[in-house]
Write a protein of this length. Structure first.
Length: 131
């Protein structure tokens, strides 16, 4: 078991994209599923699927590549870590990489991107930045 499941999830996505894998299987959790859905909506993932039953559930993620075969996830930066939680108010949320990336936040209304959080005027824990 890992002490940072969100960090493990995003590192698995970037590493699989670096070696041109088509899919990645990660242990299932509701938090990872919500993050994967937001990444899919933001255009970083192609598809997600929950497989298995009870304890052996996995989350199968289909990675997205552009027309030249380059992985669409160019980088990820973990903001809030297990040893240091970082919270941002609605006014502190700024665009990532001049609007090319996304900030993923854990808010009272669930997992949101930075744009959605600013639109709803709500802050929360900044999980990671992706571009």
């Amino acid at each position: 078991m890992t002490s940072d499941p969100v960090g493990d999830f995003i590192v698995r996505l970037t590493n699989a994209g670096a070696v041109k894998k088509e899919t990645v299987a990660v242990p299932y959790s509701a938090l990872k599923m919500a993050i994967a859905e937001k990444l899919k909506d933001a255009g970083f993932l192609q598809a997600i699927e929950k497989k298995g039953k009870k304890v052996r559930k996995t989350l199968d993620v289909v990675l997205k590549y552009d027309a030249e075969g380059v992985h669409v996830i160019h980088g990820v930066k973990r903001v809030s870590k297990p040893g240091r939680r970082v919270y941002r108010g609605a006014r502190e949320i700024v665009p990532v990489r001049y609007g090319q990336g996304a900030l993923i936040l854990s808010t009272p209304k669930g997992i949101l991107t930075g744009k959605e959080a600013r639109k709803e005027n709500i802050g929360g824990e900044a999980l990671f930045e992706i571009w």
